[in-house]
Design a protein. Sequence first.
Lengths: 238, 169
Amino acid sequence: MHRFANPARFLKIANAVLPWAAGLSAVCFAAGLYLGLIASPPDYQQGDTVRIMYIHVPAAWMSMFTYSTMALAAAAALVWKHPLAEVYAKAAAPLGAGFTALCLLTGSLWGAPMWGTWWVWDARLTSVLVLFFLYLGYMALVDAFDDPARGAKAGNILLLVGAVNVPIIKFSVEWWNTLHQPASVFRLGGPTIAASMLWPLLLLALAFQSYFVAVVILRIRAGLAARRVQTLRLGQTG
Amino acid sequence: MTRKRRRMMILALALLGLGTATALTLSAFRDNIVFFYSPSDLAAKPPGGRTVRIGGLVETGSLKRDAGGLTVTFQVTDTAKSLPVTYTGILPDLFREGQGVVAEGKLGPDGVFTATELLAKHDEKYMPPDVADALKRAGHPGKPGDAAPTGAPVAAGEEHQTSTLRTNP
């Protein structure tokens, strides 16, 4: 595992993965959006409004996935001091914040016609809003220090503290009664969603996931280049 | 190697402490984190004049519309107890008999809950209309009208209700 923490070796693999991830994302987005928005049936209760799910749910999954990987990277950075881990967390943060914002916005647009409200302070909605603020707080914190190493360390600690929020988001709909309904896909006893609606959802989840992989590789590449520039500058002045 | 291990131990202990603290805090505030009370909760702990939210299923056959007005009255049930609710205003799209509902308002001295805000709650089931019809024909309460609050005959019906009605565990 530690072999891949070497930036040069990582870049070699990442550059090979990048076109495949980008291509997979484009294909899955095209197929998933067609199936989800046009070819799938309406819901027996919600009608065509259910199609918001095909964007809302993958965005929600990605918001939690991204945060979890950032927290793992933060732990690796604190214990093993892998430079790549910090670069990853910084690269993934704006993507995660974007997924969370998309999840909150589509959720609000969905809640207005179905629930009769844009927003309520129930446990699920509130914990996802906290996740959004954690992303914003992390991005502000890592760049708030003159010394980037200290900023990264403070950011890593924030990421690990915020990790307690991830299981709270996932199980909020089980532990407390909420306006938000319980999970439909990742639940004991199998999905409670018809196959004709589950397929487009899974395709779009794969599209979001491969989009994330492609963009995070680009951002890691930029992050590593920025580090190298900084080291060279320090070498010149010092 | 030992320094790495020590850092890992400190990290694990810190996370364990943080997790425990969070769990204790959340369980202490459990009554405040719930979004609504069930009619049974309300019967056990009367709210007095406070504004509270109640939630449950709209009892099938209980919905009455005021002639020409925007006022509706219905029973909210958690299958154990039910509560009469009156509301004046525009109903959300998903509001119907047999479906989940959350109402915010005050419990009057006459035992009638006057709602100032009404929210519809849906369950975690998604299916096309023809599948719902097929389930209905096969005797499963897939349709809202069939998910009667009392005496649902099949397991699928029980599940439907408990998920919409989930109260404080």
